[in-house]
Design a protein around this ligand. Sequence first.
Ligand code: GLU
Length: 429
Amino acid sequence: MVLKTAENKMQSHVERNPWQMAMVQLDSVAAKMKLDPGIKKKIAHCKRALIVSIPIRMDDGSIEVFEGYRVQHNVERGPAKGGIRYHPDVTLEEVKALAFWMTLKCAVMGVPYGGAKGGVRVNPKELSIGELERLTRRFTSEISIIIGPEKDIPAPDVYTNPQTMAWMMDTYSMVVGYSAPGVVTGKPIEIGGSLGRNEATGRGVVYVIQNAFKQLGWNLKDSRVAVQGFGNAGSICAKLLSDLGLKVIAVSDSKGGVHCDKGLDVSKLNQIKAKGGSVTEYTGNGVTRITNEELLETKCDVLVPAALENQITEENARRVQAKLIAEAANGPTTPEADKILYDREVFVLPDILANAGGVTVSYLEWVQDIQAYFWKEEDVNRRLQDIMDKAFQTVYEVSKKERVDMRLAAQMVAVSRIAKAIQIRGIFP
Ligand code: GLU
């Protein structure tokens, strides 16, 4: 009896790696769309995956070797595109899943790219700035055989930033012998970056939240927001939402979180982070410490997971109290949790739509680089908003027509565009 209970428990909580989770998602979208099995097979494989070792000289004179990956999932609709993450938990399976989601993300946004992702299995917090630069340059040189402005264009992701992109752009340029700003996006403005790119992911999340509230007839003002993860996407999203009059009542980072019923001062949180601190250092009247898990279950209207994959699972999905979830992170919700949230009528803005502002402005940056002609920030933001509004509307209409959640609707829009490209191009030879 005891054994049976334990067994049931094990079976009821499905543990999958991100690639397996992505393939479960592909199964549902293919079934719903009655997708051609051959096309499905093609999408279920990554086009190309490169594993590299990255030896670097550490500051103390010793040699350390890290493992890195660049995966191109699909290039039917244009060059491969996607960020590079530095994290101790990076695996090939994770990078493959993230590359798959990039293919879908670019397709749902109508941005003319395929999908890619890269990662290095490293804890960047343990490296000095010099070690990070050497790691980035050696990694770039190792993957330079498959990246390029017309082939595959990296960008920032978890624990990488404009400085990382500057080193990548410089290293690639040294390899080819001329300056190639279009090889990466999310660069500093001084070397061909775009105004508005740094804020683009957070801004895009806000645009889709605004669209959803309008569509659902809800009032934004005074709505309560909880944000898990206070990196680029989470912190900017929190700032923009609080500027719009929403109350940010809980935030967290890798060290834990803080909660305050009256609302947190987002500028103060940003000051702490700018000094290299953690949001857990935030103090004030009515402020309490919470864990990352507690944050997900906080009483709020809008929950923004802005950290890593696999956060909202069948284990905690029933306890989520938000009425809307906007996925600033990639892959934060498991397929089992999706079902629970749908039954509970929680409106989920899926990652491939909600956080697509980043890659959308990456595309605008790349277009500016190619023309060598740069736009005003308001022009970039206006184009971003047009693209986000249109994508939201398209996905929302499919979700109503097909009676499916927003994730399945977004995947249906994306997969039908990718499938059409595959059919039109045909299979070589
Ligand atoms: N890393 C971001 C993402 O996951 C941006 C990718 C890009 O701009 O290419 O969408």
